[in-house]
Write a protein that binds this ligand. Structure first.
Ligand SMILES: [Zn+2]
Length: 339
């Protein structure tokens, strides 16, 4: 099920929020047993519907797509269908925020944490070519895919706009050896992240509803913390609104400065950008730390030179900023970081 909220100016630029409708019990092929799926993934679908209720009252530059997908448990079928549809429509998918297992705050590890949510993002692009990989391996970019920079934006937005909810960025496509519908978007070349609760309870996932040795198994609704789910939904709403109000992320971003004390970034003008923000950070830092604003100049070619900041010692990026202050995700130069 897909709902489309057309953008006012960049209607081909699309931000997609997803959850999945299907659920399963112990045997993935058992189609008759009770599989309530309250947390995996009715919680994600609830986040999608609530995001639609809130955001549909406002207007945005970019298009917002709300999707409840099917067949995730059987093999990401819904995600693949939607990603293929997006390609066929020529959508420039700027981000897929996939909410999968977002409603439980009590982990099987005994930890009760209702103030942290994990955002998983791939480091290097699924669609990277061998040639691109060789360049990236030498000069950097292994932690600056567009998906990763969406995760960084979400972490920064949570800090700025939400009380008592912290984004724990995880430098992985998904949990170890596991997957979700965001993978279908990554395979199609679109930036995507997975949003998941901080501490999972495996007695409630993919289990037949039963009591065994005094332990209750099954994904029933009493395992959903609705206040926590509301917080995770707020994070989605804030991230979608911020990206859809901001201009598109800059494209054609290049960098130069070898054997020079200065570093220069160049990119193409972005419609609706009043200014650009050049960011840099230590090569071992998780988050962007230093920035400088540069006003947009007439014409297609935009550039900024950072005097006496050497290209060798930092990672750099650039974002686009609207006149009313909304900022796009940061774009790392070259193929590694391109949206
Ligand atoms: Zn799931």
């Amino acid at each position: 099920m897909v709902a489309v909220q057309r953008g006012t100016s960049d209607s081909q630029r699309v931000i997609v929020i997803t959850g999945h409708l299907d659920s399963r019990a112990g045997d993935v092929m058992n189609a008759t047993i009770d599989a309530p799926g309250a947390n995996d993934d009715a919680s994600g679908v609830a986040a999608v519907i609530e995001a639609a209720r809130v955001l549909s009252r406002h207007r945005f530059r970019a298009t917002l797509v709300y999707a409840a997908l099917s067949g995730e448990e059987q093999g990401l079928y819904g995600g693949r269908i939607l990603a293929a549809y997006a390609r066929a429509q020529g959508w420039q998918v700027q981000a897929n925020l996939n909410n999968d297992i977002v409603g439980n705050s009590r982990g099987g590890n005994g930890v009760h944490d209702n103030a942290t949510v994990r955002v998983f993002s791939e480091g290097t692009r699924t669609t990277e070519t061998q040639q691109q990989a060789n360049r990236r391996r030498y000069n950097g970019g292994e932690v600056d895919s567009p998906s990763r920079n969406i995760a960084r934006l979400m972490a920064a937005l949570a800090e700025r706009h939400l009380d008592n909810l912290r984004v724990k960025m995880v430098y992985r496509t998904d949990r170890y050896g596991r997957g979700g519908d965001q993978v279908a978007f990554l395979e199609a070349g679109f930036p995507a992240v997975r949003i998941t609760e901080a501490n999972e309870d495996y007695t409630r996932q993919h289990q037949d509803v039963r009591v065994e040795n005094g332990i209750r198994y099954g994904d029933t609704i009493d395992g959903v913390d609705f206040d926590y789910l509301a917080q995770v939904t707020r994070l989605n709403v804030v991230a979608m609104a911020a990206m859809a109000r901001a201009p598109a992320p800059p494209s054609g971003v290049t960098i130069e400065g070898a054997v020079s004390p200065h570093t220069t970034l160049r990119w193409k003008a972005v419609p609706g950008a009043a200014a650009y923000r050049v960011w840099w950070r230590d090569t071992t830092a998780a988050q962007w730390t230093h920035s400088r604003d540069v006003p947009a100049t007439p014409g297609e070619a935009q550039a900024a030179m950072l005097r006496n900041i050497t290209i060798d010692d930092w990672f750099f990026g650039v974002s686009a900023v609207s006149a009313d202050g909304h900022e796009s995700p940061v774009v790392f130069p070259g193929d590694a970081g391109a949206f």
